[in-house]
Design a protein around this ligand. Structure first.
Ligand code: NA7
Length: 537
């Protein structure tokens, strides 16, 4: 579809977003013979991987399972070059997918959906865009992504800043020349941790403004040699079988022992071995990491010892050590040379928890009374996760009810897939879903396939609308709350809890019960004739 070709008229399904979710949703709904339209705000496909082009952007899942599993041909045709793929390579992959399956003709780029309003009489949604287009559709599928609404903190003075500033989630396509510049980075989450070592190598001077230190573990990224690639390609069936049967959507061994079952020397040996192996395996050693404070503290001290032995200046090392929350209660982070970067002469760490940022000045950033002079300021300050992208669209369901009102105490959805009061609206990776705690593409494929299966059922049975009952939704929301209750997940101010956004209700937005458990539950619901859903013919 080309710009200027404004879509109009009637569709069977409108999909919002052309990232990992939207592309596959289009593929599946086309297979059902539906007339589909995808709206995408970016000028290309790729979603998160289209927008997050900051230096060092990379995935924390290994490339050979951070991809689609649905097409054997695609698995054999595409070859990943590194253990952990960088943004550019993932974006090339998604472009390759869009071309291979000829998806582009149904995708309208550069178009942001502004409203989606349900009409009770016609049982149709009217979807409107910022380009003035309006279409009617029977189904709306949100593929907006859980981490797409950039969070720019409201620090006074930004308008007066005379240097350049960027948010990592909206990085300029032409890149940013950091050579010879005095750069400041606010934020040390996954993004900051990837960005900081690369910026340090390019900039004249880097000041890192850290509010909360993160626990980070080495990725140990490396190129994939042809033999490894051949081995992966020959065993894909097994890789996906294991990934789909696992809590994290990854083909990695799940921990079967608790911390108490081994002595300290053995626990240390396991952590050391996993640290050397690299990747997320480090936090997969004991099954009680998030329920047993002793198990958690052992892992946390192991990480703090690693920081102490890597960072030369003991005071800087101390400031980099998280002590105020359990390990993995915020999204754990993978890095390449993060702690080592603080040994460089051109890098300075500023603790903005002890003394908060007071304002941005024309020439830099003021922390307490001290002004740090900067040419470039980078916000690695994350996202208004899960609900942020929905809030940007005026979504109204039956009898004009607004989704933002329904979600005033925090976002909720039945299985994270559908919302009571909003017929024929489906949400891939919606709230109360485990996707954002897992290897996301595996969860996305599950959600897309479940939604496609549901729509196929509706079409076959000539059912006009489907939506969850209030009761089923409430029971699921309670189950999601019970699953996280009593765990250490609730003891940190994470974006999972909505705690990173001022004024956002504090509610754990994701299901911690695991991908495997969730998949089983969703299959049962479908097999039992869409238990918990209300249908109208
Ligand atoms: P995160 O994980 O939300 O990290 C944002 C960082 O920015 C974090 O260190 C915040 O500190 C910091 N921040 C946010 N606002 C401020 C202000 N006002 N002052 C100082 N510091 C601030 O976002 P990422 O982009 O790193 O990662 C998001 C997800 O993307 C990640 O989890 C992966 O799933 C992929 P805080 O910790 O809140 O004190």
């Amino acid at each position: 579809m080309t710009i200027g070709d404004e879509p109009a008229g009637e569709y069977d399904a409108v999909i919002i977003g052309a990232g990992f979710s939207g592309l596959y949703m289009l593929y599946r709904l086309r297979e059902l013979g539906l007339r589909c339209l995808v709206y995408e705000a970016g000028s290309g496909v790729g979603g998160a991987w289209f927008w997050n082009r900051y230096p060092g952007a990379r995935c924390d899942s290994e490339s050979h399972f951070y991809c689609y599993s649905f097409s054997d041909e695609l698995l054999q045709e595409w070859t990943w070059s590194q253990r952990f793929p960088e943004q550019r390579e993932i974006l090339s992959y998604l472009d390759f997918v869009a071309d291979k399956f000829e998806l582009r003709s149904d995708i309208q780029l550069d178009t942001r959906v502004t409203s989606s309003i349900y009409d009770d009489a016609s049982r149709r949604w009217t979807v409107e865009t910022d380009r003035g287009g309006t279409v009617a559709t029977r189904y709306v599928i949100s593929a907006v992504g859980g981490l797409s609404a950039a969070n720019l903190p409201d620090i006074p003075g930004l308008d007066d800043f005379e240097g350049r500033w960027y948010h990592t989630g909206r990085w300029p396509h032409e890149g940013v020349d950091l050579g010879g510049q005095r750069v400041g980075v606010i934020g040390t989450g996954s993004t900051g941790t990837q960005l900081i070592p690369v910026v340090a190598e390019q900039a004249a001077h880097l000041t890192v403004f850290q509010r909360t230190p993160n626990f980070s573990m080495p990725a140990r990224n490396r190129p994939l040699d042809p033999e490894t690639v051949a081995g992966i390609k020959a065993t894909y069936d097994e890789i996906w079988r294991r990934a789909k049967a696992s809590p994290g959507g990854m083909p990695l061994p799940a921990p079967i022992q608790s911390f108490d079952e081994v002595d300290e020397a053995e626990a240390r040996r396991r952590y050391e071995a996993a640290w050397e192996h690299g990747g997320v395996l480090v936090l997969q050693q004991f099954n009680d990491l998030m329920t047993n404070p002793e198990s958690n503290e052992f892992a946390a001290s192991f990480f703090r010892e690693k920081i102490a032995s890597t960072v030369h200046d003991p005071d800087v090392a101390r400031r980099l050590m998280p002590t105020s929350y359990p390990i993995a209660a915020k999204r754990p982070v993978l890095d390449t040379n993060y702690y080592e970067t603080f040994n460089r002469a051109n890098v300075e760490l500023v603790d903005v928890k002890a003394t908060p940022i007071s304002c941005i000045t024309p020439h830099g950033l003021r922390v307490g009374e001290h002004e740090y002079e900067l040419d470039i300021l980078i916000f690695a300050t994350g996202f208004d996760a899960v609900s942020g992208a929905f809030a940007a669209i005026d979504i109204r369901g039956r009898e004009g009810a607004r989704l933002v009102d329904k979600w005033s105490d925090g976002p909720t959805a039945y299985l994270g897939l559908a919302i009571a009061g909003f017929p024929n609206l489906f949400t891939i990776n919606g709230p109360c879903n485990p996707a954002l705690l897992t290897n996301v593409p595996v969860s996305i494929e599950h959600d897309v396939e479940w939604i496609a299966g549901c729509i196929e059922h509706l079409e076959r049975e000539h059912i006009a609308t489907i939506e969850p009952t209030e009761q089923a939704e409430q029971q699921w929301v309670q189950h999601v709350a019970d699953a996280v209750d009593g765990t250490l997940f609730l003891e940190a101010d994470s974006w999972w809890l909505g705690a990173n956004i001022e004024g956002k209700p504090r509610r754990f937005m994701l299901y911690v019960g695991g991908h495997d458990d969730f998949r089983r539950r969703c299959t049962e619901v479908a097999e039992q004739g869409y238990e918990g859903f209300l249908t109208v013919r």
